[in-house]
Design a binder for this molecule. Structure first.
Ligand SMILES: Nc1ncnc2c1ncn2[C@@H]1O[C@H](COP(=O)(O)OP(=O)(O)OP(=O)(O)O)[C@@H](O)[C@H]1O
Ligand SMILES: [Mg+2]
Length: 250
């Protein structure tokens, strides 16, 4: 579904991605791990076309998006559902307007049809009767669910979750994990998850990759992970301050 080949991306003289290679299979939940500042979000932004790589190719469902014009790229972006770290809801819009935003902008659906779709989608993420509320009236966990509803409302082929469980209580985390798993089986969607919560990430993941020093230094399934002898990967997984990864190394 997603093939990343030799992707480089710098900001000024800061090289962030230095030859990233990554393959995400259709229908998989793919976990991307790495230190803070490693470039995970930068990589996600390249995948959804918000940033362009300096070189290398990114193929989504057979199409190299690095070669596309801006308007064609917009279309590709519509294949993605995005769940951002901060939930990123519009504070001045109701939950209905937030979740239905895409449908009102990009489809010819009437208000009543959008409302119906929004109510159905909110039910999918376990929320009811909050259509007319505003984001400030919801808890952090509810906002995450609304953000997920907004991401899935237009049936995207791929969902990107950047820190979907940060800042919510352990029970709410468990519910979000169950929700992501459920969506995954019900909608057969391809997902990429970025999280610092390894328990969450490993629960969800079919395959995973570790980004260090601007490159993917490990990629595989959970058996490969268990069998890996890479000391850097081991150090990261155990969260040890001693080991081959230097303190300032991302
Ligand atoms: N628009 C930008 N302009 C300049 N530098 C940027 C920009 N976006 C990201 N960076 C830099 O790229 C590096 C990687 O950032 P990124 O946000 O991808 O890290 P991350 O792996 O997502 O970290 P975290 O786990 O903390 O979210 C950082 O050093 C950051 O300062
Ligand atoms: Mg990030």
């Amino acid at each position: 579904m997603i093939k990343i080949r030799n992707v480089y991306r710098s900001f000024g003289d800061k090289e962030v991605l230095k030859g990233v290679n990554l393959t995400v299979n259709r229908g998989d939940t793919f976990l991307l791990i790495g230190r803070s500042g490693a470039g995970k979000t930068v990589l996600l932004k390249n995948i959804i076309g918000l940033l362009r790589p300096d070189s290398g190719s990114i193929t989504i469902a057979g199409e190299d998006i690095t070669q596309l014009s801006r308007s064609k790229l917009e279309k590709v972006r519509l294949q993605f559902g995005l769940v951002f770290q901060s939930s990123a809801l519009f504070d001045f819009l109701t939950i209905e307007e937030n979740v239905g935003f895409f449908l009102s902008q990009h489809t010819a659906l009437k208000k009543a049809q959008i409302r119906k779709k929004v109510v159905e989608t909110l039910a999918l993420v376990g929320l009811k009767g909050i259509e007319d509320s505003y984001p400030y009236e919801l808890s952090g966990g509810m906002k995450k669910r609304v953000a997920i509803a907004r991401a899935i409302v237009y049936n995207p082929k791929i969902i990107i979750y950047d820190e979907p469980t940060t800042g919510i209580d352990p029970i709410a985390v468990d519910k979000i994990v169950a929700l992501i798993e459920d969506l995954h089986t019900r909608l057969a969607i391809t997902s990429i998850v970025v999280t610092h919560d390894l328990d969450v990430g490993l629960k969800l993941a079919d395959r995973l990759a570790f980004l260090l020093g601007g490159k993917i230094i490990f990629q595989g399934d959970k058996t490969d992970l268990k069998n890996s002898t890479d000391e850097r990967l081991k150090q990261f997984l155990t969260g040890s301050s001693g080991g081959p990864i230097k303190e300032m190394e991302v």
